[in-house]
Design a binder for this molecule. Structure first.
Ligand code: HEC
Ligand code: HEC
Length: 82
């Protein structure tokens, strides 16, 4: 009885760890991620939804092909602080 509880616990911890690794670490290992430039266009932006108009297909600077279309831009692209 005792032993099964420990095994279950260990399995849970391992599964959680692997899930975290898959979700957060692996996408970032994929390629070199450019920082968000610290220019006028970017420092004024406060909401992620504001990134889309400029970086969509029809915007001033479309995303490269194969790039994720949406999501947490700032999780991958760090704001340059200056
Ligand atoms: C007003 C339009 C505009 C908005 C809003 C905007 N960008 Fe940009 N972005 C640009 C332009 C134009 C470039 C390319 C020229 C440059 O470096 O400024 C660029 C370049 C970039 C780059 C590439 C840098 C590199 O080194 O290749 C990243 C990353 C980026 N933007 C992320 C973001 C994120 C994240 C947001 C939202 C927080 C955002 N941008 C909002 C216009 C915009
Ligand atoms: C999962 C991580 C991830 C997320 C989330 C992400 N990007 Fe990127 N982005 C990258 C990587 C990696 C690159 C390097 C270029 C490539 O795709 O090969 C990149 C490149 C770029 C570039 C550079 C294009 C160039 O010409 O150099 C821009 C602009 C950009 N991303 C904008 C955004 C915006 C806006 C969002 C939110 C809608 C966003 N990214 C969300 C990983 C991400």
């Amino acid at each position: 009885m005792e032993k099964i509880t420990i095994i279950k616990w260990a399995a849970f911890v391992t599964a959680t760890f692997l899930a975290i690794l898959t979700i957060f670490v692996i996408p970032r290992l994929h390629r070199e991620i450019p920082d968000v430039p610290g220019d006028d266009r970017h420092i004024k932006v406060s909401k992620l939804s504001e990134c889309i108009p400029c970086h969509s297909e029809s915007g001033v600077h479309p995303l490269p092909s194969g790039h994720v279309a949406r999501g947490q831009c700032l999780y991958c692209h760090k704001m340059t602080d200056s």
